[in-house]
Ligand binder design. Structure first.
Ligand SMILES: Nc1ncnc2c1ncn2[C@@H]1O[C@H](COP(=O)(O)OP(=O)(O)OP(=O)(O)O)[C@@H](O)[C@H]1O
Ligand SMILES: [Mg+2]
Length: 289
């Protein structure tokens, strides 16, 4: 059963990468998150779904230090299982710990090339300061070569190596969404938060993004937390799903459990009547490849 939010989200097998406990966030009278508790296992592809305004992006903003919740804790287990509290930390420090994100609406540097956009992500993890850069110290030159190579590698990974010299603004929409993922990966995260990566893409671009997200998990070993409205994509990618509605966790479980959950059906489709027939989305038969 999936509709026991107090108990279900805390029971996760294996190594935990992030544990959120009793998280609440309000803006004046708007309760964006209410007592949200969940744990994500390392290596797990977990999806956050819910209707518009449910609190999904607010959850990401709390996880990345952009919003400071009034109540609750977010514990991130970084390298060597070192536990760190995220609440109260600034976004660039959270990123340094190993949490990266993409945004619901594109935040690429449009006047820079695809390569330069990725390199900004990569260089945020380098050690050279402005003095080292001016003096062209040996370490600076070595880091420059390493960041160029890493940026090329990431462009290759997302299928954009051939477009590295094109301005971000000139890329087709699906390529821009993949470029955002490459830039986030450049910061070398352990946990990657994707906020509606497939929003606005056409079916071919959506399918490519699904394949890319699966490869991020399987080939790079990065844990992915995915907000997505496209149920076909969510059902084919996610190992578990958490459902938010009006800031609260209303269901949590496997895709099969969640899509048959009456509370989820009601949140998405409105209260059922005797005449309603709900046709659930079936998981992608090729979902595990
Ligand atoms: N900075 C803010 N100031 C005031 N209210 C906010 C702010 N950010 C979010 N909210 C409110 O918090 C609630 C949750 O918003 P959030 O953006 O998390 O929704 P969402 O689930 O991501 O929705 P969508 O699917 O439309 O992106 C909404 O009512 C929203 O208006
Ligand atoms: Mg949102």
């Amino acid at each position: 059963m999936t509709t026991a939010p107090e108990a279900a989200p805390t029971t996760v097998a294996g190594d935990i990468i992030v544990a959120i406990k009793d998280l609440s966030l309000s803006f004046g009278g708007v309760r964006a998150l209410v007592d949200v508790t969940l744990k994500q296992a390392r290596g797990e592809l977990l999806s956050v779904i819910g209707p518009n305004g449910a609190g999904k992006t607010c959850l990401f903003n709390c996880l990345t230090g952009v919003y400071h919740p009034q109540q609750g804790s977010i514990t991130f287990y970084g390298p060597h299982d070192k536990a760190t509290q995220i609440v109260g930390r600034k976004p660039h420090l959270v990123n340094r710990l190993g949490i990266a994100r993409t945004f619901q609406t594109s935040r690429l540097f449009n006047a820079l090339t695809a390569f330069e956009n990725v390199k900004i992500g990569v260089e945020s993890r380098m050690h050279t300061g402005p003095v080292g850069a001016m003096l062209r110290l040996p370490r600076t030159r070595r880091e420059e070569r390493e960041s160029d190579a890493r940026s090329d590698e990431l462009l290759e990974f997302v299928g954009l190596r051939a477009r590295g010299n094109e301005l971000a603004s000139a890329l087709p929409y699906g390529d821009r969404r993949r470029l955002e993922i490459a830039r986030a990966l450049g910061t070398n995260p352990q946990l990657l938060l994707l906020d509606e990566p497939a929003a606005g893409t056409n079916p071919a671009e959506k399918s490519d993004l699904g394949t890319l997200i699966r490869r991020v998990k399987n080939e790079l070993g990065v844990t992915v937390l995915l907000i997505e409205h496209d149920m076909g994509l969510v059902m084919s990618l996610a190992e578990r799903i958490i459902v938010l509605n009006f800031g609260r966790v209303i269901a949590f479980g496997t895709p099969a459990e969640v899509q048959h959950d009456p509370a989820v059906i009601e949140a998405y489709l409105g209260a059922p009547t005797d005449d309603d027939t709900y046709v659930p989305v079936e998981p992608d038969a090729n979902g595990d490849d």
